[in-house]
Design a protein around this ligand. Structure first.
Ligand SMILES: [Zn+2]
Length: 270
């Protein structure tokens, strides 16, 4: 890795330890199929042979479990780079052997790698005149602005995941929801050193209401019939897309709540 970029061989395969200089700063990531896996925080991108990718482009390219492994590398290396000093006494933190954590040699402050939890919610309502259900999609004022996405946001301190769903829906589109149900989760390497996305389904509650956006965070929010969704949807490797696909009429066996405990990748559809 260099910055937020990930290096693969020219054919897209992951590098072996022997492919890199022996004095590389190795960071243990765990094991894959019983074999130890390491990441390297490389200083420059030019000095190493191969192809550099952003995590989204790599995740779209390689099969599981490699996309998740690349996301873990990005999260761990970014966390180490941004947690070098003790926040209490400014001493340099030291690794805790065998743990994804650092400790201050000066004041003993323990600094585990922490995750930020975020919620996404697929909100549906009955379609007009007995037609197909409708799904609420939104467009953001920043990032990929052309994409139709789900209402989402970070969980706040002292808040349950479900409370975060209700709050984000109220704040972002001014609606109330019911039947909030857990769908599944996905570690997400796009935002911050460690983000865990949790997906929910919900039904619009109360009398038919139209979403209202503030224009700063969201530019648009609209109901779409589930059989006529827009083409500009989140990528196939994202839990946003799994939620949307599971809500479609053809979702069938992939309906929310089914097979999630076997891993979110069962929801991937091509
Ligand atoms: Zn300290």
């Amino acid at each position: 890795m260099a910055g937020r970029k990930l290096l693969t061989g020219a054919d897209g395969s992951f590098l072996r330890v022997a492919d890199l200089p022996a004095d590389s700063p190795w960071v243990p990531l765990g094991t894959l199929d019983g074999r130890p896996v390491w990441a390297v925080d490389a200083p420059v991108t030019e000095s190493l042979p191969g192809r550099w990718h952003s995590w989204p482009s790599l995740a779209a390219l390689v099969p599981e479990p490699y996309a998740t492994l690349a996301g873990r590398a990005l999260a761990v290396v970014t966390w180490r780079r941004t947690h070098r000093w003790c926040g209490a006494c400014r001493a340099e933190l030291a690794d805790v052997p065998g743990e994804m954590a650092r400790r201050c040699p000066g004041c003993e402050l323990y600094v585990p790698m922490q995750l930020s939890a975020a919620v996404l919610v697929a909100i549906t309502r009955p379609g007009p005149d007995g037609g197909p259900d409708e799904l609420l999609l939104v467009r953001h004022a920043y990032g990929p602005t052309g994409l139709w996405a789900l209402v989402a946001g970070f969980v706040e301190a002292g808040e349950t995941l479900e409370a975060a769903v209700h709050r984000e829906v109220r704040e972002e589109v001014g609606l109330t929801v019911a039947q909030v149900a857990y769908f599944g989760s996905q570690p997400w390497a796009m935002s911050g050193p460690g983000t865990l996305l949790t997906g929910f389904t919900a039904r619009a509650a109360g009398p038919p209401a139209e979403p209202v956006v503030d224009g700063t965070e969201l530019t648009e929010a609209r109901w779409f019939p589930l059989d006529r969704l827009p083409a500009e949807l989140p990528p196939a490797y994202s839990i946003s897309r799994w939620l949307i696909d599971a809500a479609r009429p053809a979702g069938g066996a992939d309906a929310p709540g089914i097979s999630v405990e076997k891993g979110p990748f069962l929801h991937r559809r091509r």
